[in-house]
Design a protein around this ligand. Sequence first.
Ligand code: SF4
Length: 725
Amino acid sequence: MFSPKETRSTCPYCGVGCGVIIQSSGNQITGVKGDPQHPANFGRLCSKGSTLHLTATAEVTLQTRLLQPLQRLQRGSTPEAVTWDSALHTATTKFAQVIRDHGPDAVGFYVSGQLLTEDYYAFNKLAKGLIGTNNIDTNSRLCMSSAVAGYKKTLGADSPPASYEDLGLASTLFIAGSNAAYAHPILFRRIEDAKAANPALKIVVVDVRRTDTAEAADLFLQIQPGTDVMLFNGMLHLMLWEGWTDAAYMAAHTEGFDALKALVRDCTPDAVAAVCGIRKAELMEATRLFAQSPATLSLYCMGLNQSSAGTAKNTALINLHLATGQIGKPGAGPFSLTGQPNAMGGREVGGLANLLSGHRDLANPAHRAEVASLWGVPAVPEKPGKTAIEMFQAAADGEIRALWIACTNPAQSLPDQATVRRALERAEFVVLQEAFATTATARYADLLLPATTWGEKEGTVTNSERRISRVRAAVAAPGPQDNGPRHDWAIAVDFAQRLESALGRTPALPTLFPYPTPESVWNEHRESTRGRDLDITGMSYAQLEATPLQWPMPEGAASGKVRLYEDGVFPTPTGRARFVAAPYTPVAEPREARYPFALTTGRLRDQWHGMSRTGTLGRLFGHVREPALHMHPQDMARRLLAEGDLVHITSKRGSILAPVQASTEVGLSQVFLPMHWGDEFLSGHSNTGERLGGVNALTSPVFCPDSKQPELKHAAVKVLKADMP
Ligand code: SF4
């Protein structure tokens, strides 16, 4: 008999970052409960977090996990088991050959916000430090890169200024483009608690859909897709007209208002009402609640970020906080929510093509020199790396020849699936490092490297409020003892050390990757933050064992900072926050006669991403059993559609088949489809006849020019009843 064990760790799903206690017996996870000590959730878990243990049973593991390295000798063939040594030798040989023959920019790494900070750091150093390419990007590009760009443009650094405790201190919560009730359930419980404790708290929700979050609002603004910038600029127009701006705050702590003031002159209530599709009284009330509240906290997420104007939407909202002084005080500030469990950690280590460790910029020569010195390499390359969409386009064009994909499923999650799949087919060599064997991307990999996952690995993650938590192993990895899954950071380090030799790095030099443990990787990351806005030199793994900590926490500090910019000083050259004058631009692909519906995509409460984990659990289908296209009943009646009819949903890129469902959550001429189901459930084809599926057969690869985040929230589609046999 084994004695039961409890291990404190962190939920691997969303960016709320709830603490969990894993219960195990022997090498089997037997239960999970919320960690009452964790400041994100104080013991609560949502439907996904509370069923984590059921996704790690022996039976589920056998059905879903990648348990040893596999290699395909031919594309399309069944992969065969190989040893780790053979697999990594093959990977090293192929990558070294491509680099020698075509240069370092002929390879690309596409990683994930599901990786731990240590994993992320090792991959970033491997690409930018050893190989000498900035072609490393992450699926976090799809969820929060507009928030990064928005913070940097206005506040000078990618540092969310508020914390969860501000939810209980705010007098107005302004929630824009976020269905927190589904996507961040425990955070939403805290919002409900705040409302219960303070009935005077006003909740304003801005969204294109009447979501469960909108149902909780005192005021709901159901705007037309993509019109957020017009709304926010119109609110500023009204604030100026009504005298609701904070002139003293602006004079002391901001710059650049004149250009913005000129820009919003034309954003009159009439213009806003016409563009956004809301009533002028609603606009006035939202503006009053924002500006006249003692403390206004904005919460925002994919609805702003996943847009061809994602950065403009972020900066337009932050403008409102700066114009009213609603920042740097309890209960106030612009607070972006991260989708994935470690999107924030990825930002910290510079795990995007345009960033470097410690919130440094690739475009800054001094920053490149600092990182090169820290890593002990001659230089970090200057040439910008390919971001997610660009990387797969480059692979489809034959420019990137070898791809390493870690812990993500681009063959389902990236927009414009036809191009993505062409990229995976055309690339000479595709490595997939994954815990799960069941993803669509696994079908395209030449080499499949099994990775450990939640409950089996050690490291750290950072949640939406800048809080770093430990992730701990409760059990050993499954699979053959000497050939089973390995930790992501360790796979990257083993490959990097082999590549050092293969690329002819002087053998006398010590390895650039001298890491025996994840803690040793984290210690180097910690040093890279010294003196930066996210300085964590005052933290240690030992302290994080005791309690999660927020950054910044420089050496000597007793604790991290709950709130930023309380002194009104911003990390810009002048110390002032910057207003950004960004005009409203419509969605990239407006509705038209041939494609008369605006399609938006989103999450369900009980599913996560492509369902690799949540899809293994029957009870999580109790909320929503199958994918369906949500359409307004009047639109259904006009098209003679009945509930459950199968429809072809077609965009300029592809077409899929799904049942239709009446919903008054969506407006007229708008439809909604959940993002979780892939091609095995939502089958279809590209506009050139290739078999495809999932909602991303339809979505557009057009991205925001600043953040390079694609417009996953909008595509123009037509909906036609399928011919029934
Ligand atoms: Fe996990 Fe997010 Fe649910 Fe918390 S809210 S238990 S982090 S999925």
